[in-house]
Ligand binder design. Sequence first.
Ligand SMILES: C[S@@+](CC[C@H](N)C(=O)[O-])C[C@H]1O[C@@H](n2cnc3c(N)ncnc32)[C@H](O)[C@@H]1O
Length: 292
Amino acid sequence: MRSTATARHPDPYRALDAQPDPEPLIASLEERGRTPAQARMRRRFLRFAGIAPGHEVLEVGCGTGVVLRDLAAVAGARGRVVGIDPSRAVLRAARRFCAGRPGRAPITLRRAAGEHLPFRAARFDVAVAVTVLLHVADPLRVVKEMARITRPGGVVAVQDQDFGTVAVAHPDRDLTDRILRGVAFRIYEEPYSGRRLPALLRAAGLEHVRLLTDVYQDTALEPYTQTFLERRAERAVRFGLADAATVQRWLDGFTALGRDGSFVMTVNYYGAVGTVPPPAGAPAPRGRPGGR
Ligand SMILES: C[S@@+](CC[C@H](N)C(=O)[O-])C[C@H]1O[C@@H](n2cnc3c(N)ncnc32)[C@H](O)[C@@H]1O
């Protein structure tokens, strides 16, 4: 497998295996996966993608297999689900979490990068990537690969959060903006990737592109949100945006809001789906996009 990861890139999900300790990052994928509002959004997105029993589905950047397990439940015993990820560490975790799920589609895991998918053209009914394109250097290349391995009439479905839409209640708005905006722009090549997904699918040649905008809403300061804010705080110090005492005061502000029931954080998640066109000169596939 050719690697597109760079060890020194500030986005740790671009090169999980190069991190001094990838375990907390791996654990937070599962933490996010079991957060009820996240699970609802994820399942809404998979319904929007039209995944149905019997489908053969590829997930690009499968991480620990949170999405794979939902896909296997929807595709059912007659379906088949394949997950690829470039990280050995995350695939080890996925093997553990995805083992032994009778009555559901079998899950196969492979080490590969989205830029070079090791599958023949038109093999899958649906290809999905959930919160992955944000982390890659060339998202168009990945989406074109997803389109290549999806059959004509099949669906490419991508979902990303958009860090230009993070809204949190906090008494110090200037500090909040400095930390959240400053950190996002230092980590991600395109922190606003979510809102750009429909244009990306069109650029990759997909048809009938549709958008589902969903909102992650947390009013309980969930463990996943707490981890997210702590990581932003730690990076704000590392990137010189604020000193340690200031970010601690910032985090304490959220704890106080959580205590009195006033905590609010929302983030938009954008899900875009598009249909693979028939080969040039072929008649258009019959029926609904994504149907067999
Ligand atoms: C934030 S995680 C999302 C995991 C999973 N889709 C989920 O929603 O739980 C991003 C994943 O993308 C993987 N990744 C990073 N670069 C990639 C690339 N070039 N191609 C495919 N996956 C990649 C990372 O290893 C990581 O597992």
